[in-house]
Design a protein around this ligand. Sequence first.
Ligand code: URA
Length: 235
Amino acid sequence: MRLNRFLAEAGLASRRSSEDIILEGRVAINGHPVTDLATEVDAELDHVTVDGKRVHLKQKNIYILLHKPLNYVTTVKDEKGRDSVVDLIKISERIFPVGRLDYDTTGLLLLTNDGELSFRLTHPKFGVEKTYVAVLNKRITEKELAILRKGVRLFDGTTSPCKAKKLAKEAVEITIHEGKNKQVKRMFRKLGFKVRQLYRTRYGPLLLGKLKYGQWRNLKPQEVDALKKIVGLGS
Ligand code: URA
């Protein structure tokens, strides 16, 4: 398999970040440094090291569903020193969030050490659906919702058709399958709304359920299988 995929499956980093690690010259195979992204490795026979440390493919994969509270970042480290969601999960293994939620967004967040699954879940090609509830600063009309459903033009492209349902005068359930930065807030802003609260209730086949803010649980094996299946990793 490709070296970047090997590193991602070994839980070292996402597939994209693994490419950076290779390009930085930190990887050696059987003692020889490699920087070619097209390098293939034999997971059983080759001796792969990163920064001189052996990397093994066999690892216990961890899949966690967290109810992200307000005022946490979803990066592992924050340059402003703000709290990270990773610190809410007291386990010894290194895990990372799948995709991003804003500091002030709450709801369903997946964390894992499975770099390959994370790469696929966040890749636009697989179009994984995410459902949010947005509480707005004023009432929204059916006509405005129809515009949203069709797609709105943002500086980084027009959004794909999405599902949007009115839950109350000022609350909308919206399902998108892209992952542009701050996409939901920007879609509403484009129509003149401010999103007062945003929370995610669904990620692909996973539902937030009854977890309270800050609580988390391991995914059930059937849930892991369902996630893998939607991104073509099903067995
Ligand atoms: N869209 C946003 O605007 N913010 C999020 O946190 C997630 C989706």
